[in-house]
Ligand binder design. Structure first.
Ligand SMILES: Nc1ncnc2c1ncn2[C@@H]1O[C@H](COP(=O)(O)OP(=O)(O)OP(=O)(O)O)[C@@H](O)[C@H]1O
Ligand SMILES: [Mg+2]
Length: 333
């Protein structure tokens, strides 16, 4: 009899809120965050940051990783507020108060009083204050007293998906904060591969994930440009495999997990890639040479080399197949 192997070893590691002890492929971003905070430790002014990038590209993970380090290694107050969970000024202040150990009842307290307690506490302390999902806060007025009073000894970090959000901030706040931009760019395919590989290694028993199943998961996460999609597929396909008493996660388990995935996302294509893809969708099958001619005819404006790169990307996304070596034929998948 085949011995049944447990597939999931530590489910918690596949939770998107789990903070990895090793952040991969974000060396530059981590360095920039650290550099902007560093002056605080030397009694100088820190640079404040405006962090933006698409969903699931590691913004929260990187910042939380650094806050954890600050908490462990220094007496700088490290405060993290998620403005989606706390959209009102009042709840933002209550949350900051809670994190500095001043617990107020959730009702019957004046916002001004909470604000005063917070400011008094932070005025003569060094602090890093992070406001994640800042665009989800109802108003950003709460930033004004913070920027006004705590500029000398705090570092303020705002995080959002939208680069343009900065334009909607009050000028008085902007001129006090002097935010520096930090963009989190999309991951490359290999980066998604490595990040998910590490999670699989930590969360699952050894050798339970088949190569095909894993590659499929990476592809789906890459197409969606969201590591969370990958984590969810790893967890759900592992559960399905366990339920079916399989020893291994196979591609069919990933297929089933995919059907259940609530956030289905279309891959993000550039305008030019979209144009190439539309022609292939129309023709179903076409010689590469003819495709290129049609592409140029319809306003495509690149050399053959970039064109080949577009095809390679569409192939990587699993949208098309490239057949043959010299005279290549392109087929819709
Ligand atoms: N470079 C990385 N190394 C390890 N894990 C990562 C990395 N990037 C993202 N992750 C993991 O992917 C998941 C999503 O990342 P995170 O929550 O940081 O995304 P985000 O950019 O804050 O997205 P959102 O804009 O939706 O809040 C988390 O579980 C995180 O640990
Ligand atoms: Mg986040």
């Amino acid at each position: 009899m085949v011995e049944f192997r447990q597939i999931i070893r530590n489910e918690e590691i596949l939770d998107p809120n789990w903070i990895p002890s090793k952040i991969l492929h974000r060396e530059r971003e981590l360095r920039e965050i650290k550099e902007s905070i560093k002056p605080l430790f030397d009694g100088r002014r820190a640079a404040n940051l405006f962090i933006y990038g698409r969903t699931g590209v590691g913004k929260t993970a990187c910042v939380k990783y650094i806050l954890k380090e600050i908490k462990e290694k220094s007496d700088v107050a490290a405060i993290y507020v998620n403005c989606w969970e706390n959209p009102k000024q009042h709840s933002i202040f209550l949350e900051i108060a809670r994190q500095i150990g001043r617990i107020f009842p959730s009702k019957g307290v004046r916002s001004d009083d909470v604000q005063e307690v917070i400011l008094n506490y932070l005025l003569d302390r060094k602090s890093v204050l992070v406001f994640d999902e800042i665009d989800k806060s109802e108003k950003q007025d709460f930033l004004y007293p913070i920027a006004q009073n705590l500029m000398k000894n705090s570092c303020i970090i705002l995080i959002t998906n939208y680069k343009e959000f900065i334009l909607s901030l009050d000028e008085r706040v902007l001129s006090r904060l002097m935010l520096q931009n930090l963009e989190f760019k999309d991951y490359e395919y290999e980066e998604v591969f490595n990040i998910l590989k590490e999670r699989v290694r930590l969360a699952l028993s050894p050798r339970v994930m088949s190569k095909k199943a894993f590659e499929r998961i990476v592809l789906e996460a890459y197409k969606a440009m969201d590591i969370r999609v990958g984590l969810s597929l790893i967890l759900n396909s592992a559960r399905i495999a366990e339920f079916e008493l399989s020893n291994q996660i196979k591609e069919e388990h990933v297929e089933k997990a995919l059907e259940k995935l609530s956030i289905k996302k279309e891959p993000k294509l550039s305008e030019q890639e979209e144009l190439v893809y539309r022609i292939i969708k129309e023709k179903k099958e076409i010689w590469a040479k003819d495709l290129y001619d049609m592409f140029v005819e319809r306003g495509g404006s690149v050399g053959e080399r970039s064109f080949r790169n577009y095809l390679r990307k569409l192939e990587k996304y699993g949208l098309i197949e490239i057949l043959g070596e010299k005279r290549r034929k392109i087929r819709l998948r």
